[in-house]
Design a protein around this ligand. Structure first.
Ligand SMILES: [Zn+2]
Length: 356
């Protein structure tokens, strides 16, 4: 004969077992998901519902390591900007912090917040992208059909920046916290160490308000690379070697045209001036990234050469002609930022323009 206490314990155990069995639906990896069993498929896929109710899971490593609830205390003041550069406003951080300081605090933030948040965001994006038709699209009112022929959209531009900060560690920190609202796919340190912070298929927040040709959303079609440099110093050999190695990889992986390796200042005239006049664009062009001119054979432009039209053909936003000229000169003339084109500047422009 069981006592009432034993009966109560058994009942409690059954309740717990039942709860465990029902509250944990089987999860499958998004990358290896298979079709749901026939009995779980909707009877009529054309009934206007979204039948694929697959539950997505983040990659294995993140499910094993549950993030702690405690967050580190961050005392550093970072103002909210749409890009990290401070070159136009010269608002460098008032207090110098060592790379070790930033590394220490960034390592903590990455562990407890940034990495879990990264996987959560990608998981949500995967979920959203897998749904067709878009339930918010009022224009689609047909039966549900999918195509079998597709892959992901690829970046077609590389935008180069200088960080205008004091160390790569500071930039890693800036991109690890949400309140700055800025990011890049890569950060290349002064010592040549290259960090990847975001998959290239994802959209980083590095271009801000910008225009190149007819494109007004450069973040959506580009890879952002931040080069650790304060804007008033040359770029080191180690850093340039690493950058060229990275550009080689990206050009090959995504088939990015030579013309589409450009600077932030090119796509945001007057608003941005990175990378600075110290940036070795010729060296990059010699390696196959962006165009340069043949200084030994500068042809005279024809009499009816229209400089503004040439700038527009290259891609510059010429709604403000003066700033378009300044942006061009920062890239190709470098030592003169007046908003006028000399005869020599026009020859350079004509020379560059003929590549497009
Ligand atoms: Zn920039």
């Amino acid at each position: 004969m069981l006592s009432s206490k034993a009966l109560f314990r058994m009942a409690l155990l059954m309740v717990v077992l039942y709860a465990c069995g029902t509250s944990q639906p089987a999860r499958r990896n998004v990358l290896s998901r298979t079709s749901p069993p026939a009995n779980q498929r909707p009877a009529n896929p054309d009934a206007g519902k979204h039948p694929d109710q697959t539950t997505f899971t983040r990659p294995e490593q993140i499910t094993k390591r549950k993030p702690r609830e405690v967050r580190p205390t961050v005392n550093t003041k970072i103002e909210r900007r749409d890009e990290p550069e401070t070159e136009n406003t010269a608002t460098a951080p008032a207090t110098y912090r060592s790379p070790a300081y930033y590394k220490n605090i960034t390592d903590s933030i990455q562990r407890v917040a940034a990495k879990p948040s990264y996987y959560k965001t990608t998981e949500n994006l995967f979920k959203e992208m897998a749904v067709v038709p878009d339930p918010k699209n009022p224009a689609v009112n047909s039966a549900w059909y999918t195509t079998v022929n597709f892959d992901a959209r690829k970046p077609n531009f590389v935008i180069l920046h200088h960080t205008a900060q004091t160390s790569a560690e500071q930039t890693l920190f800036t991109f690890s916290i949400s309140r700055t609202s800025v990011s890049a796919h890569y950060v290349v340190g002064r010592d040549g160490v290259t960090y990847q912070m975001l998959n290239e298929y994802m959209r980083a927040w590095h271009a801000g308000r910008s225009k190149w040709g007819a494109i007004t959303d450069m973040n959506s079609c580009s890879i952002g690379i931040e080069i650790d440099n304060n804007g008033t110093e040359p770029f080191s050999d180690a850093q340039m070697n690493s950058l060229i190695k990275l550009l080689d990889y990206l050009k090959d992986k995504f088939g990015i045209p030579q013309a589409n390796f450009i600077g932030h200042s090119d796509i945001a005239p007057s608003r941005k001036n990175d990378p600075s006049k110290y940036f070795p664009w010729k060296r990059l062009a010699d390696a196959g990234f962006g165009y340069w001119y043949d200084s030994s054979n500068l042809a005279e432009p024809p009499a009816d050469f229209n400089a503004i039209l040439a700038l527009r053909v290259i891609g510059y936003d010429t709604r403000n002609q003066a700033t378009a000229i300044q942006a061009f000169k920062l890239h190709y003339i470098q030592n003169d930022n007046t908003p006028m084109l000399t005869d020599y500047d026009k020859k350079v422009l004509y020379n560059v323009y003929r590549n497009y």
